[in-house]
Design a protein around this ligand. Structure first.
Ligand SMILES: Cc1cc2nc3c(=O)[nH]c(=O)nc-3n(C[C@H](O)[C@H](O)[C@H](O)COP(=O)(O)OP(=O)(O)OC[C@H]3O[C@@H](n4cnc5c(N)ncnc54)[C@H](O)[C@@H]3O)c2cc1C
Length: 444
């Protein structure tokens, strides 16, 4: 809901061109903001102070595939899904799989430390990045991390992954490749109530099982998904769980069956209405399309959506969802939930019309209520979408002044100025008064 236009968009094709652009911005005191596919959900690639947008659209090559050492080198603008597609024939993949993976970029995934349905078992982006090439805020080119596993050195890479593009512009990365599972079972489980589904999630994790994915969709999203993808489930269902169990190795089939049996027992105990296992790879793919494209399907419900993001302990999911529905009712907004339930990572999507300033105000306030509730329940204001501009004012709810000061000092290691992606993540940046005074959510 925040909007700001750049003065120009640059489309560099090489690290050297990015470095030239950044040096020019420094000489002319022009702010610059990196942009991948623009799918970020906290306004990270918004050019808050105008200036240049440095797009990675043409930095999109896969440069090296090293099957022997299970690693791959690509430019930052390479689309996530292409990384896995390019090594699938070798039985490998790039494990982080945000639902936006058919368009979002490696650089955007790195900047946001993106998660995804399968990161419950395989870990988020930071666990799969070995080394980055980065243009610093002054226009120098540096390498951080190491393409050789376990090499020594201070772990600066872990600041860059999740740095939301505020510490420099990543132009290339070496990523770790993971073997593809040899046995996969995907189940769609329907429940009469949201509480039965969320209690099942907490119990599955408590049982010690670690499904590859454990995703939830509620009634609001099911309306859209049923229309868009003709997904079939019992009429009286208010919630669906999409659960995938997988394994590799000789007894992969047995291990996967065993894990799915645990899921089946817990679902039955919580009165599941149906439990369907996808018959083949095509049926599995259909279920994942419905889940991963579900946000797009919401275009059928209203002109605009804001997808919120927070994390809570999984045992608090029933209480949290009840609160989300209360907030939607109070603010007179449509709401749908689809999220990585296994991680306790919540995504309430409010749908509304952003041409109506009052609806925008209600959406913004509803989001803030949800973020506060996440903190009250012992969670965090973001799980995977980052702080960006959206949650900058909420940082002080989660961190003390000393914490924020320490974060500001850590940022200064890489960015001691105000040109690189200004007005993001850390509150009270002096140069951002003008940005802050602009009204939020006006459509133009
Ligand atoms: C339908 C949908 C589903 C989604 N599902 C998920 C999900 O499952 N998991 C998840 O984590 N997120 C998800 N997202 C959010 C989003 O896709 C991710 O945050 C993604 O990593 C953003 O990538 P991008 O290329 O679009 O980056 P952008 O939105 O263009 O940019 C995001 C941030 O990265 C910075 N950036 C981009 N490129 C670079 C670079 N080369 N160097 C330095 N900084 C850079 C930008 O400045 C900005 O701060 C979803 C979004 C949508 C729309």
């Amino acid at each position: 809901v925040e909007k700001s236009a750049p003065i120009a968009v640059c489309l560099p094709e090489s690290t050297e061109q990015v470095a030239q652009i950044v040096r020019w911005c420094n000489s002319n005191q022009i702010p610059f903001t990196a942009r991948g596919a623009g799918t970020g959900l906290s306004g990270g690639s918004l050019p808050a102070m105008g200036g240049l947008v440095v797009s990675s659209k043409r930095l999109n090559r896969i440069l090296e595939v090293d099957v022997e050492n299970r690693r791959l080198r690509a430019q930052a603008g390479a689309v996530n899904k292409r990384l896995s597609e390019s090594v699938g024939t070798f039985g490998l993949h790039f494990a982080p799989d945000p639902s936006s993976q058919s368009v979002s970029t490696l650089g955007g995934n790195i900047a946001e430390n993106a998660g995804g349905p399968h990161t419950l078992k395989y870990g988020v982006t930071s666990q799969h990045i070995l080394e980055v090439t980065m243009v610093t805020v002054e226009g120098e080119t540096i390498q951080l991390g190491s393409c050789v596993e376990g090499s020594w050195g201070p772990d600066f890479l872990s600041l860059i992954v999740g740095g939301e593009g505020t510490l420099g512009i990543v132009t290339e990365a070496w990523v770790r490749l993971t073997p593809l599972p040899t046995a996969i079972l995907t189940a769609l489980i329907a429940f009469r109530t949201v509480a039965e589904a969320t209690i099942s999630v907490a119990e599955i994790i408590a049982s010690g099982a670690i499904p590859a994915a454990l995703e939830m969709m509620d009634e609001g999203i099911l309306k859209a998904v049923r229309l868009a993808f003709s997904l079939e489930y019992p009429q009286e269902a208010s919630a669906l769980l999409l659960v995938e169990c997988d394994s590799t190795g000789e007894d992969a089939g047995i291990k996967t069956d065993r894990e799915m049996e645990i899921v089946r027992r817990i679902a039955a105990k919580n009165h599941a209405l149906s439990f369907e296992i996808a018959a083949d790879a095509a049926a599995q793919a259909k279920l994942w399309t419905a889940r991963k494209k579900s946000v797009g399907a919401m275009g059928r419900l209203a002109p605009s959506i804001v997808t919120h993001d927070g994390v809570i302990p999984r045992s608090k999911l029933p209480e949290m969802l009840a609160f989300v529905y209360e907030v939607a009712q109070l603010r007179n907004l449509g709401v749908a939930n689809m999220f990585h339930a296994g991680d306790g990572n919540l995504h309430p999507c409010f749908y509304f019309d952003d041409r109506d300033p009052d609806q925008v105000k209600q959406v913004v306030e509803a989001g803030e209520m949800i973020a506060r509730k996440c903190i009250d329940l012992g969670g965090s204001i973001t799980g995977e979408h980052g702080i960006g501009v959206e949650k900058i004012d909420l940082m002080s709810l989660m961190f003390s002044e000393q914490d924020l000061e320490l974060q500001a000092r850590a940022k200064k290691i890489f960015n001691n100025g105000s040109l690189c992606n200004p007005c993001k993540v850390l509150p009270n940046q002096k140069s951002c008064v003008e940005h802050k005074s602009r009204s939020r959510g006006v459509s133009w």
